[in-house]
Design a protein around this ligand. Structure first.
Ligand code: NAD
Ligand code: DAU
Length: 338
């Protein structure tokens, strides 16, 4: 059975990707995750009993630990999601971003080459392209102009992945996706934060004038694109992934208030994020024409389903916000792992 190693599988997108693989493919799925504040094994409760799935705790920036995992697991394929992913945290302190996103990616590339991994998909972001004005979209040949410490560290990792292909002939591919939303997103990002605050009647903090634009995509559409790239993408290539759903932040916040049935009086305009990128928009022509992928979920429908998911999973949210989810690892794995 082909073995796929997923890094960052306890995070938002990675956990949804593992669920998709277990449901629709016959791969052995190994989840490698350090379980930082953003890693939550409770997001994978439903696949724990699946014999195809296993979890290993390791820090991707720890070369020895990664070597041990690769020597024992011998993966055929790697899909690399693990990262520090929140722009606001990178503004406060970029150290972990450089360590995990830059060093950690190189550690994984080295271990993958040493252990004859066949294919390595690096999950990156549209933020490496920087910011757009009112017109235009990012294509795969747009200049790389990251503006935040987060996006700069992701751009650094993209260059290392590119170099592994060009220098060593190692089969790497890069995806660059726009803003994801959907179930199991840590409630520090715009959509889950606003949903929970609206449900609880708390203030909704909107940065600046609220007119910044993001191109929203449902996490399942993103993951189907990553799977397509893993199985059919051309080595050495970059594929942009987008949702065709550009919205101003205020439009998103108002749609959430409406779906929750809360008042727009809850909106509070707060001090802007330093260096806040104005607009992102993705041209996903390449992946559509080459690999036949297109997003299938409209934003309004996907957002309504997401609001519903958060309403029905308030105990997951509560455990994430209180930090109680961290006890789950010890309870679940404490006597099974050294
Ligand atoms: P997330 O923050 O929800 O999850 C990150 C996961 O990586 C967590 O499980 C965490 O424990 C793990 N991790 C962090 N540091 C680690 C380390 N040193 N070693 C091992 N594991 C570590 O992130 P996400 O939103 O799911 O994003 C996943 C990937 O997709 C990231 O690479 C991100 O840059 C990229 N991406 C995200 C979006 C988005 O909108 N969320 C869009 C495009 C691309
Ligand atoms: O574009 C892809 C990127 O999308 C990913 O690479 C990142 O990992 C992911 O976190 C996301 O980055 P953003 O910075 O765009 O996402 P965030 O949810 O933090 O913010 C979305 C927009 O909402 C942005 O314009 C800032 C604004 N915002 C955010 C928060 C948390 C607010 O106005 N108020 C808030 O409280």
């Amino acid at each position: 059975m082909t073995k796929v190693l997923i890094t960052g599988g306890a995070g938002f997108i990675g956990s949804n990707f593992i669920r998709l693989l277990c449901r629709e493919r016959d791969y052995a799925v190994l989840n490698l995750d350090a379980l930082t504040y953003a890693g939550n094994l409770e997001s994978l409760k439903d696949v724990e009993g699946d014999p195809k799935y296993s979890f290993l705790r390791a820090d991707i920036a720890d070369a020895e630990a990664v070597e041990e995992v690769f020597a024992s697991a011998k993966p055929d394929l790697v899909v690399h999601f693990a990262a520090e992913s929140h722009v606001d945290r990178s503004v406060l302190d970029a150290t972990a971003f450089v360590r995990t996103n830059v060093l950690g990616t190189q550690v994984l590339l080295d271990a993958s080459r040493r252990h004859a991994v066949r294919r390595f998909v690096h999950v990156s972001t549209d933020e490496v392209y920087g910011s757009l004005g009112a017109e235009g979209k990012f294509s795969e040949v747009s200049p790389i102009r990251p503006n935040s410490p987060y996006s700069a560290s992701k751009a650094g990792s993209d260059f290392l992945v590119r170099a592994a292909f060009h220098t060593h002939g190692f089969e790497t591919l890069i995806t660059r996706c726009s803003n994801n939303y959907g179930p199991y997103q840590f409630p520090e990002k715009l959509i889950p934060l606003m949903i929970l605050n609206a449900i609880e009647g708390k203030e909704l903090p909107v940065y600046g004038d609220g007119r910044n634009v993001r191109d929203w995509i449902h996490v399942e559409d993103h993951n189907r694109a990553v799977l397509r790239v893993l199985e059919e993408g051309r080595p050495g290539e970059v594929y942009n992934i987008g949702g065709n759903s550009e919205r101003e932040n205020l439009e998103v916040v108002n749609a959430i208030l409406e779906a929750v049935g809360a008042s727009s009086d809850l909106i509070r305009f707060v001090k802007d994020r330093p260096g806040h990128d104005r607009r992102y928009a993705i041209d996903a022509t390449k992946i559509r024409e080459e690999l036949g992928w297109e997003p299938s979920r409209g934003f309004e429908e996907g957002l309504a389903a997401t609001v519903e998911w958060y309403r029905e999973n308030l105990s997951w949210c509560e455990r994430v916000r209180s930090g109680a989810y961290r006890e789950y690892y010890d309870r679940q794995y404490g006597d099974r792992l050294s």
